[in-house]
Design a protein. Sequence first.
Length: 694
Amino acid sequence: MTILDDDHPAGTPPAPVARGERRVIDNTVASLDIDVLANDDLDAGLMVGGSLSVVGAWPQGQATVVGDRIRFVPRDGFQGEDRFQYRVCDKLGRCSEAEVTVVIRPVARLDLDVASRSGNHRQPITDLPPVSGLRFHSTPLVAPVRTVFAPVADDTPASPWDSPVGRAVLRLPMVTGEGAGTVEHRLIAYVLESAGGGKLDLYLGMDYDGDGQPGPDEVICMDSQSATPRCDARLQSPGYGVDHYWVMLHNRNAGTASAELAIFDVPLLPADGTLVATGPGNLEPGATFDLKLGWNDSGLLPGDLRAGYVIAGPQVPSQRDGFPILIHRTGSAEEPLLLASGQPVTLRLAPGSSHRRIFIDVPEGSINLRVTTSAPDASFRIQLVHGGADADPGDTAVPEAPAAGVATARVKRGDVLQAVPAPGRWYIVARNEGAMPGAMTITATVEGAAPVVRPGSYFNDARPGHGLFLYPAGNQWAGLWYAYADDGRPTWYYLQGAAPGANGAWAGDLYRAAWHGSSNVLAKVGLATVTPTGPDAFTFSYTLDGLSGSEPMAALGRGCPTPAGLPQDLSSHWFNRQRAGTGYSVQLWEQYEYLAAFVYDGRGEPRFLAGERSGFGGAEAVLALEQLSGACPTCAYVAPTRTEVGTLLRRIANGALSRIELDVEYADGVPGTWTAVDDVQLLGGPGTTQGCQP
């Protein structure tokens, strides 16, 4: 801001003082009318006969004066920041200039009030530029620095720089641990609530000169008009030498004001599972889609705040393609917390609160369930409670733990051992009996020898229409879970984890795929466990996009076709190495064929298609392909509906599946087509078919 003329005769009101503006809009806004005079210091009488004008260039849009406002029209397709200057003059010819910053994003701001420490949200996005190879990057969630400012009134409120009176400042170091010192950061500061008047200006700056004090040349963001001022700004990594920033509140009110602020330093690090963003792999012009957001922060207590950053753009996105997400936990509900054997989980609890939905599935044949806990302040008590099997196999919900029974152990810390535990679901009920929030690390380990679950196809006969294929892949197991999205349309997830150990239980990371035209990208969206309940039967439990569920599964079928008395051992997962990221789960039995194609729609979102026939079709068969719609994993079950959308040809040669051809046109709102001529091979290599044993 520049004051061009501040001289005035005695008794004449002061010259006008223009103040900078910052507006954040989403990319659907065609034009923005900005009331730039609303927070300027002006004398209304002297503005009659005065003027408002735009000065300087505006490279990414057009700014024009319309009445007493300035209308900004962004350039088509632009995302990022644009700036322009305006000049306000009174009728005495005294003028002042200030800068207006307009930030254009896919989402202007996303503030989520949530009930639980984990969950998900669907955010509509529109008018991104057409992109092939669209990527979504999310940072870890970070907790804020919360502070209260109470600046006294500034006796010269026109400027915060003429004296320290009227301002409150907090100087903070940038986060540098765990790789944060070598990446860019995003700073977010905003006023949660305030009292004492509406003339509070928020400034965010870098301490470039290292003197510990704010300066006008250090400002990187300011907000002087919002009812709850907010700033966010892009910073280089601390490794460039400037590693401290400051937040300042300037009080232009007549008396002392107060405000509570939340300040977040978000390093642009890879996702760690606390915040996950996924979506399509390709976009056509003008497309609207739902960005899938999931959060899972075991330390998020009622009343807590978290912030993260999502970048949506091409394969190598730029900072301009992103937006911040602020999460405020306003409720005390607890989503189920799935434990995998031997994998520790750290949980925070508020004083006097309990979590009654922490669970682990225990296989048949187990001899010990060992729970190790660590709470530094010894304020936690746990109960080990047997929940048994689900009463309704068609209901995937995981309820709270029942009241503690005879199989209950109570400790504050150390090991808890349940010898010869009954199979089924076990709960670790945790309670913080301290006076302060606290954290406890829990590790539940199952010991024993469970019934064998062989690779193959599995389903829940109480929820038909979806299922799980399990296949060996070296020292790993891979899984393909065909299911339905929240909108009921078909989708699939990829699972991978170390092959089951002696206890028979298997845990795999859960991934959502996106197709970029010639390859796929996987994003981790959860965890799944397979816990044997009998030969070729298990409990399938999962956490997906922050929500958890559980259901029983059993083998869909076994055996092999025997044309001319010769067994054809072909059931397994097949794929074309040249088109890795797609594939086919093939089940060929004596009297039945079932083939599931794991492919993508026109936007690169994962879709499964199913083909089946009675009887074995011989060396070459053509099956009708169906697109199914049904209930999402954590939704109440509804029977799936089927629409025929194309054909699948499969060919057998020299005792192996040799080729699969697809010709598909999607229906029911799923965009695009899929065609393929794939020369296929076994995903796990030779010897990984299912065998012919019943």
